[in-house]
Design a protein around this ligand. Structure first.
Ligand SMILES: Nc1ncnc2c1ncn2[C@@H]1O[C@H](COP(=O)(O)OP(=O)(O)OP(=O)(O)O)[C@@H](O)[C@H]1O
Ligand SMILES: O=P(O)(O)OC[C@H]1O[C@H](OP(=O)(O)OP(=O)(O)O)[C@H](O)[C@@H]1O
Length: 207
């Protein structure tokens, strides 16, 4: 059996993704994320996990230091990395939308859009033929319209609670997001049997 390195996203996605691998029949240790270890070896399964920031998973996979990884579609759309998308795991579901203060119309001059997803946002408005000014932020995006930094935000919505608690409303749905299994193209060729087996097993667990 070939060794496989899997880049796992720390945080939100981790638990569901790890649970899915266990459901797929992999014999993996419990309590992995509680520890501060960033690399977990599972010799019995010939698997090595690296625990990365969700935004960094495609980087490890593109560079081939991880054979496969799990990444949100939001991150894949934003980064457009050279990786194969193998399977929609249908976990960590949410969507990207634009939002802003209620009853506000965008003026003729390029509205300011605050976002953690500058590429997704500029593609969206370009396709609509609207000129915008993108303001890149790393988090707490909802603050931007409240404090007058931007006219709209483009961000992840899940329950809608963050928008509601900050007095914002959704304006435009942009795209659905869920987590995907991705592979390095060379690993996919060289370790095809191993990766196909994993895809087959995970596919059975997709709900
Ligand atoms: N409500 C949500 N908010 C943000 N991301 C979500 C949500 N629901 C699912 N996701 C998915 O989880 C991923 C982000 O996970 P997480 O929030 O742990 O990372 P992060 O925000 O990049 O990390 P950090 O909190 O360190 O900035 C997204 O890329 C997306 O695919
Ligand atoms: O619709 P909801 O269920 O409220 O979820 C959406 C919120 O969750 C995310 O933020 P996160 O918690 O990752 O914090 P951040 O501000 O650091 O991005 C996202 O950026 C929204 O702010």
């Amino acid at each position: 059996m070939t060794d496989l390195t899997i880049a796992m996203p720390k945080g939100r996605i981790f638990e569901e993704a790890y649970e899915m691998l266990i459901q797929a029949g992999f014999d993996l240790p419990a309590d992995v994320e509680i520890s501060r270890k960033l690399m977990i070896e599972v010799p019995s399964e010939k698997i090595r996990f690296i625990l990365a920031k969700p935004m960094d998973v495609p980087t490890y996979v593109e560079h081939g230091v991880a054979d496969i990884g799990i990444a949100g579609k939001d991150v894949l759309l934003e980064q457009g990395r050279a990786v194969h998308e193998l399977l929609d795991l249908k976990i960590s579901k949410c969507y990207i939308a634009s939002a802003g203060l209620p009853n506000t119309k965008l003026g003729d001059i390029a509205p300011r859009i605050a976002t953690k997803y500058p590429t997704v946002a500029s593609n969206y408005y370009r396709e609509k033929g609207e000129q915008v000014e993108i303001i890149g932020l790393n988090g707490s995006i909802e603050l931007a319209p409240m404090i007058g930094l931007a006219d709209r935000i483009v961000d992840i919505v899940s329950t809608g609670q963050t928008l509601k608690e900050n007095g914002l409303v959704e304006y435009e749905y942009i795209t659905d997001v869920s987590s995907r299994l991705i592979a390095n193209p060379v690993s996919y060729r060289m370790k095809n049997e191993r990766i196909q087996d994993l895809v087959k097993r995970l596919k059975k667990c997709v709900k």
